[in-house]
Design a protein around this ligand. Structure first.
Ligand SMILES: Nc1ncnc2c1ncn2[C@@H]1O[C@H](COP(=O)(O)OP(=O)(O)OP(=O)(O)O)[C@@H](O)[C@H]1O
Length: 252
């Protein structure tokens, strides 16, 4: 899908970010169209996670602005940005130790519901339950519905985290290294899961392994020293001499 021809889900305009007196992002511009699957890559310290933090409202921009489906979000608190439609996962999974897998999914669904009149609540509860069961089956988590995060293996934990972002119904999902710490086989399974379950979402994901990117991303944005170095198809990026020099040459 071509970013220029689809309505923008995310637009970052002239974004800069200074942390601890250091410029981490410098005049970053990017536009992501509806339904695109975009990989954000770059060397360690390039500013990828900081860009995610800025989009999610967890760090403030020092210049520029960020738009989600035409609405400016960079001055909103993180909770409002999440409700506005930015779902995300983190490099290390962020889950609740004492909640069961199914309760995590319930909480993700309920968080987006408006308060209802009491006589409508029963129907809403039944609909939520159906969605929880559907989510468990989609994510391959039916057998661990009643277990806590400590009782499930790492790939399932990451699948749960993906499910939390998905069930929140956010149109834009930011996935920060969803396969970090996984074996090749586990990572391949995770990429297949993302491709299968996130069909109706726009994806921006950070990933270090260029081979994995080709499975999922239709477009790649390369960050280097806090700036966009290149933006193109996976093939264009593979052949880009500047990208070879700063990143892919070292990563492959
Ligand atoms: N809160 C902070 N205060 C000061 N510097 C920070 C802060 N957060 C990040 N940095 C610095 O910003 C730079 C970019 O970090 P960031 O985590 O965004 O990079 P990255 O591209 O995601 O790297 P990696 O691939 O290693 O995760 C790094 O030099 C980091 O040390």
């Amino acid at each position: 899908m071509n970013a220029a021809t689809t309505p923008a889900v995310l637009e970052v305009r002239g974004a800069s970010c200074v942390l601890g007196g250091q410029t981490i992002l410098s005049n970053v511009n990017l536009r992501i169209g509806t339904g695109e699957r975009v990989a954000l890559i770059g060397p360690n310290g390039a500013g990828k996670s900081t860009l995610f933090q800025a989009i999610s409202g967890l760090v403030a921009l020092s210049a520029g602005n960020i738009w989600l489906t035409g609405r400016r979000i960079d001055r909103l608190p993180p909770s409002r940005i999440a409700l506005a439609g930015v779902g995300r996962s983190f490099q290390s999974p962020q889950v609740f130790a004492s909640l069961s897998v199914a309760d995590h999914l319930r909480a993700a669904l309920i968080a987006r519901q408006r308060p209802r009149q009491w006589w409508r609540q029963r129907a809403a509860d039944a609909a939520t339950e159906r969605k929880v069961q559907h989510g468990l089956s989609l994510l391959g988590l039916q057998t661990c519905a009643d277990l806590t995060p400590q009782q499930i293996d790492y790939p399932r934990l990451r699948a749960l985290e993906l499910g939390l972002a998905l069930l929140g119904q956010a149109p834009l999902l930011l996935l920060d290294e969803p396969t970090a710490g996984m074996s090749r086989a586990q990572a391949a399974a995770m990429f297949d899961l993302i491709a299968r379950v996130a069909t109706d979402r726009t994806l921006l994901l950070i990933e270090h392994d260029p081979d994995r990117l080709l499975r999922l991303a239709s477009r790649v944005i390369v960050l280097h020293q806090g700036q966009v170095l290149a933006d193109g198809t996976p093939e264009q990026i593979r052949q880009d001499a500047r990208v070879q020099a700063v990143y892919l040459g070292a990563a492959t």
